[in-house]
Design a protein around this ligand. Structure first.
Ligand SMILES: *Cc1c(COP(=O)(O)O)cnc(C)c1O
Length: 395
């Protein structure tokens, strides 16, 4: 079935639950930054499935790792060990120990929302009875499961599902005084993104993360950093929090860590992880061999090519090109997680549609801003080609 069938026959003929709207394009194949649709048309992918395929489509190292693992051992459950998950956990711990100076432990799961569920349960266990509230920022996004949605600071997304689970509080993004005022003895943790991705690619204001760290230290709270979108080299560092120098207690990761294979993780400093006991948390697929084979390959490949360095260098080229465009009022973001802001009255959706028609995949992250998150392996020529097409669309 082609994507066009949905358009002509309507959503009644769509086999999916109607939560995403009618898709406009059906992609059948990808390679690096390029995608091809069911009509054979070529696209440049400057979105990466929402900052997921950071090493490009059909990355040979990741494809080989997944297919070799599929032919060796997919899954054995957590009643037994498998060498792949063990190695992947050691590698994740090494990355986060280097970034934080603290030894930690990892729980593997299947998505960003699940990584945050683990962190939120860890915060409740850490706080103990009566100290279970988690504070987050308005404009944040932490996932779609009920607890992750409750942590998400977007009241419109809560509305259809009221009442939300208890124990979540939201404060203005960037406002340390508001955060301080929200902390009482019922609070156990703060969860924060270093750059709000879904909220519009908003970088944490100068000193904000440092101020949260100080408040958490003063009040004995966990600082949970949601790196689901910013982690794994996207911002020009392995983790977005490294731009600030703060040391989180708990870090959640997903999107880029499997390059499209569904996998996530919650990492915590060892003494924090130690509040969990056998039976407190779990998942059938936690540390399944096939997913952790993808993680192992992604980390090795990102280290081999210096993915953070690529994100920084190619991000600077893309940013400079965007900033040179008269219709672009501001460029926000870090590394290769950028938003081009067109300003009041602009129609980012129309720009998105015009780009898609010309073979460039992006995302209207707000009504007036376009989000750009190409593979970290994007070439100079691909950036220049995209900028030329965007220039035509805006002219
Ligand atoms: C995408 C995202 C999530 C949710 O991840 P899923 O894999 O969709 O569950 C959580 N936090 C942030 C910051 C995200 O960008």
């Amino acid at each position: 079935m082609s994507a066009h069938a949905f358009d002509t026959q309507g959503m009644d003929h769509c086999p999916f639950m109607p939560v995403f709207g009618a898709p406009q394009v059906m992609f059948v194949r990808g390679s690096g930054t390029e995608l091809w649709d069911s009509q054979g048309k070529r696209y440049l992918d400057f979105l990466c499935g929402l900052a997921v395929t950071s090493l490009g489509h059909a990355n040979p190292a990741v494809a080989r790792a997944i297919s070799e693992q599929a032919a060796t051992l997919l899954h054995v459950s957590n009643l037994f060990a498998n060498p792949v998950a063990t190695e992947a956990a050691v590698m994740v711990n090494e990355l986060l120990q280097r970034a934080t100076g603290q030894a930690g432990q990892t729980f593997f799961c299947n998505s960003g929302a699940e990584a945050n569920e683990c962190a939120l349960k860890l915060a409740r266990k850490f706080g103990g009875r009566g100290r279970h509230v988690v504070v987050s920022a308005f404009g944040s996004f932490h996932g779609r499961t009920l607890a992750a949605l409750a942590a998400t600071g977007q009241p419109a997304k809560h509305e259809p599902f009221q009442p939300m689970p208890d124990g979540f509080r939201h404060v203005a993004w960037g406002d340390l005084a508001a955060l301080e005022a929200a902390i009482d003895p019922s609070v156990s943790a703060v969860i924060i993104e270093p750059v709000q991705g879904e909220g519009g690619v908003n970088i944490a204001p100068n000193g904000y993360l440092e101020g949260i760290r100080r408040l958490c230290d003063d009040r004995g709270l966990l600082m949970i950093i949601d790196e689901v979108q910013t982690g794994f080299s996207r911002t020009g560092r392995w983790f977005g929090f490294e731009h600030s120098g703060v040391v989180p207690d708990v870090v959640t990761i997903a999107k880029g860590m499997g390059n499209g294979f569904p996998v996530g993780a919650c990492w915590a400093r060892k003494d924090v992880a130690a509040v969990f006991q056998p039976g407190d948390h779990g998942s059938t697929y936690s540390g399944t061999a096939i997913a952790t084979a993808a993680v192992r390959a992604v980390i090795s490949e990102m280290q081999r090519i210096d993915a953070p360095g690529l994100a920084e260098r190619q991000g600077a080229r893309l940013r400079a090109g965007l900033q040179a465009m008269p219709k672009v009022k501001q460029v926000r973001g870090l590394g290769l997680l950028l938003a081009a802001e067109f300003g009041e009255g602009a129609d980012a959706k129309a720009v998105y549609s015009a780009l898609l028609a010309r073979g460039v995949v992006t995302n209207a992250v707000t009504a007036t801003a376009l989000r750009l998150a190409p593979p970290l392996t994007v070439s100079d020529a691909e950036i220049d080609e995209m900028l030329a097409i965007l220039g035509e669309v805006l002219a």
